[in-house]
Design a protein around this ligand. Structure first.
Ligand SMILES: CC(C)(COP(=O)([O-])OP(=O)([O-])OC[C@H]1O[C@@H](n2cnc3c(N)ncnc32)[C@H](O)[C@@H]1OP(=O)([O-])[O-])[C@@H](O)C(=O)NCCC(=O)NCCSC(=O)C[C@@](C)(O)CC(=O)[O-]
Ligand SMILES: NC(=O)C1=CN([C@@H]2O[C@H](COP(=O)(O)OP(=O)(O)OC[C@H]3O[C@@H](n4cnc5c(N)ncnc54)[C@H](OP(=O)(O)O)[C@@H]3O)[C@@H](O)[C@H]2O)C=CC1
Length: 405
């Protein structure tokens, strides 16, 4: 790429010969991005040298972005080692996290060092299924009942159609929901190591063709919001979406005092009044302190879809004192993660997945994404413990004054 190539390409856009999004048809992806930056910098009178200073080949990001101008670079750090005894995850894990919130990694790292001293966290994926719920128009409720009955009796037929589009995905279930003359079909898939939203959407379209052929229902929208993707929704908190995953730990009482500068009783009281009572009063779906902090930072570092942090915050934190220590758990109802597809193949994200030890397809398929979910849940548990401790020992504002500004 030379400066004159970039300027010449930009000129063709300015002359109306090319649209801004057509540049990759006429130049390599890095030159196209540079020409766009050139135009944007002139148009907005800005300096985009930082945005343009990225290390990967723009060609590697072609399936992830349109109208590329550069990269938004967020600092990445690491916490750990985090010992996790999971159904799929095993051993010590270095967890890369990307964020701009100072004090967050320090906090999660403190929680992890406490968990490590206590012998590690246990974690399990309890349910797995990516959903897509199209909405159909029918004549009336009688017809809605007929369509629902047909669907319940023909799940195998729908599975044949859906699974013809994928070599990995498996249809698990289709649940009809009726509202007047609208029929919603909530399809749930085992998407193995993929987060699965593209896979489930493509498969569901094939199944919808069968529903339209065999019943009087007309498809209105392939996503009818009962899925429910990237919106706060009780159905995900109750039924789960992606992975439902839980992590727990038992910490000897003296270690709570040594490592977290507080007592087990104080953490239990903070959890009850804040995470349970406060969240109930707020009408929250998530009964936790900041699970979204770990979910978001892990998603950013590890190539997950950031908008699905919405579902990843559907977490309940429980804390109890037992004779032999403080028991703490985090259960995330709808953690949507994958180790193949989406942003997982981008260069920095793929390196970060390598650090964690779970990049690409697992053996058996699905085990890498299960392991990723278990480590994120254990990281969220560490974050919950540290923040609850900071609140009970009144260290939250001083921590952020020291580290976060
Ligand atoms: C900041 C600390 C950890 C200090 O806590 P401390 O106990 O003074 O730290 P320490 O110096 O004694 O070190 C203890 C451990 O913390 C870790 N640690 C300590 N410092 C670092 C560092 N620089 N970099 C990496 N790791 C660090 C490290 O693991 C270390 O153990 P070691 O390895 O030495 O055996 C503590 O005060 C804390 O956790 N505060 C809470 C901060 C927090 O959780 N913030 C979360 C964001 S809040 C938010 O966004 C959501 C909110 C609050 O609005 C949600 C809501 O409504 O609740
Ligand atoms: N379409 C939509 O409505 C939405 C899309 N998205 C986007 O979807 C993307 C994620 O979709 P997703 O389907 O996960 O990814 P991709 O569309 O990138 O597809 C991943 C593909 O990888 C193949 N694959 C190879 N090995 C495995 C394995 N071990 N386990 C599972 N699949 C494997 C599968 O192919 P095969 O199927 O042939 O077996 C699978 O379909 C993200 O970019 C996200 O932002 C997000 C929300 C909504």
């Amino acid at each position: 790429m030379t400066d004159s190539d970039v300027v010449a390409l930009a000129e063709r856009v300015r002359d109306g010969e090319l649209r801004l999004y057509e540049l990759e048809d006429h130049a390599d992806p890095d030159t196209a991005a540079a020409a766009r930056r050139h135009l944007l910098a002139e148009e907005t009178d800005t300096d985009l040298s930082a945005v343009g200073d990225y290390t990967f080949d723009a060609a590697d990001a072609e399936s992830n972005i349109e109208n590329m101008v550069g990269a938004a670079q967020v600092p990445m750090g690491v916490v750990g080692p985090l010992p996790v005894d999971g159904g799929a995850a095993e051993g010590d894990h270095h967890l890369p996290l990307a964020t701009s919130e100072g004090a967050l990694l320090a906090s999660v790292n403190r929680g992890i060092s406490t968990i490590r001293n206590a012998g590690g966290a246990t974690a399990r994926v309890l349910k797995s299924g990516m959903t897509r719920a199209p909405v159909f128009r029918v004549e009336d409720v009688a017809e809605a009942g007929e369509v629902s009955a047909w669907v319940r009796e023909h799940v195998d037929t729908l599975a044949d159609a859906a699974e013809s589009t994928t070599s990995h995905g498996e249809l698990q279930d289709v649940t009809p929901y009726v509202v007047g003359d609208s029929v919603f079909l909530r399809f749930s898939y085992d998407t193995k190591d993929a987060m699965g939203m593209n896979m489930a959407t493509i498969a569901t379209e094939a199944a919808c063709d069968v529903v339209e052929t065999e019943t009087p229902a007309d498809l209105v929208a392939l996503s009818g919001n009962l899925c429910s993707d990237k919106k706060p929704a009780a159905i995900n908190a109750v039924e789960g979406r992606g992975r439902t995953v839980a992590a727990d730990v038992l910490i000897p009482h003296e270690q709570v005092e040594d490592r977290l500068d507080t007592t087990s009783d104080a953490i239990v009281e903070a959890n009850t009044r804040k995470n349970l009572v406060g969240s109930a009063k707020a009408g929250a779906l998530g009964f936790n302190a900041h699970a979204a902090n770990v979910v978001a930072a892990a998603f950013l570092a590890l190539g997950q879809d950031m908008a699905q942090v919405v579902e990843g915050s559907n977490a309940i934190t429980t804390v109890d004192t037992r004779e032999d220590g403080l028991y703490a758990s985090v259960t995330i109802a709808s953690l949507e993660v994958g180790t193949v597809g989406g942003g997982t193949g981008l260069p920095t994200q793929s390196e970060a997945l390598d650090v964690l030890g779970y990049s690409g397809g697992g053996d058996p398929a699905g085990s890498n994404a299960d392991a990723l979910a278990e480590v994120i849940a254990a990281g969220a548990l560490a974050g919950e413990l540290s923040l609850l401790a900071a609140l009970s020992s009144r260290h939250l504002s001083s921590a952020h004054a020291d580290l976060g500004r």
